[in-house]
Design a protein around this ligand. Sequence first.
Ligand code: FRU
Length: 478
Amino acid sequence: ETALEQHRLNYHFSPKTSWMNDPNGMVYHNGTYHLFFQHNPDSNVWGPMHWGHATSTDLVHWEEQSIGLYPDSLGTIFSGSAVVDKDNTAGFGENALVAIFTHHNHAIEDARTGLHQYQSIAYSTDEGTTWTKYEGNPVLPNPGIWDFRDPKVMWHEATGRWIMTLATKQTVTFYSSPNLKVWTQLSEFGDGVGAHGGVWECPDLISFDHDGKEVWVLLVSINPGGPNGGSATQYFVGDFDGTTFTPYETEAKWLDYGRDNYAGVTWSNIDDRRVFIGWMNNWDYANVVPTGNWRGAATIARDLDVTSINGKWYVTSKPVPELENITELIHELQEQTADETSIKRVAGEVPSTYRLDFMAKADKDFTVKLRNDANEWVDIGYDAVAKQFFIDRRQSGNTSFKDNFASRDVAPRIGTDGSIRMSVFVDVASLELFADDGLTVMTEVFFPTTVYNDIILQGGDGQAFGDIKISRIASIWK
Ligand code: FRU
């Protein structure tokens, strides 16, 4: 591993070089999943935003493509979405890909001469390779709101029009359009509901078929004000009638309680799945994480769904099943009841990138320590009294690059079974914890001196680890 490649993840998308933040313009078309992303190609810190581009046929293997959208005279290219315009409503051609994004004008911002964010569109008729900006940009001028960005557009079948979900300071505003070029304001959502510790960003409105009932979910990223500090994504479950979103409950719930899943949204143009990817980072320290000449990565792709428990609605996240194609079971263990069990000692080699599955009793504590030969570790676990999962990365390796990085972070248990089912996806510098089939999720990054090469199960006091499986996950890079 060269210094330039330090902490490069094996099965998460990251750009070959330079900076990335939010996933953008995710659209499925002709068998290809497109993933655009906030990208500063000339530097490994945030700067003039472009849309980088990567493609995949399986949501697992990614190939970086040439840059999709470049800054122009209207501004740099902030976050947004993309759709397939099947019926040629915009007149760019049948099945044209249309990107809807925020132009951010730094000159206006610096001079404070006006409002610097407005929405524009571009189209591609060659599978997303080259893009033409619409000459009528911006299509949605700024009405007087400082934070006015991150349009997510979908086709609303019932009313036969496009719906844009836009972040407007600390609310979300919905717009409609017949043709992606002319937009009419419909309604605003967010006053007095959810978390308001920071600005609202990167919203996404998606629908689910829940036992024949149409249920809507509004994802809203917020920075700062996350449950464990800095950036995080809250969600609301409710109804959308084509004009207004009405939540079933008004308190904030979090898609992921870890500190490193931000600005995530779902793919458009997939009928029966809601596939999500987030930026595996936090604005608290994103610009100084100690990677090589690249910085920033995406989470693994996750299938979202809705479920209700004791009369409350929740969103679940599950790793996409396509990941199984690069996953190979290598250790399977009998029930472990000892105070401490080293997987390396009892089962053999622990790979550098793997998936760990196990069951544990919900009325007892447990800790699972991922540790390396330099005696650096990350603890993940469960506190049965507080009914909380946790990740503790205070001894994880290099934590000194930012004073707010080292932390012990917690998440409520939402599941109610007597047994907890855990799936943990470990890459060389990240972990994604899915508890109770994705009811509680935590994603965090870490920067050890060498990769963690042991797993220590810490139970005792009647705790029992069952169904223990360790599966190697192969690299997605050639
Ligand atoms: C979220 C965000 C968006 C914005 C983009 C700029 O991380 O702040 O609101 O469009 O990043 O890069």
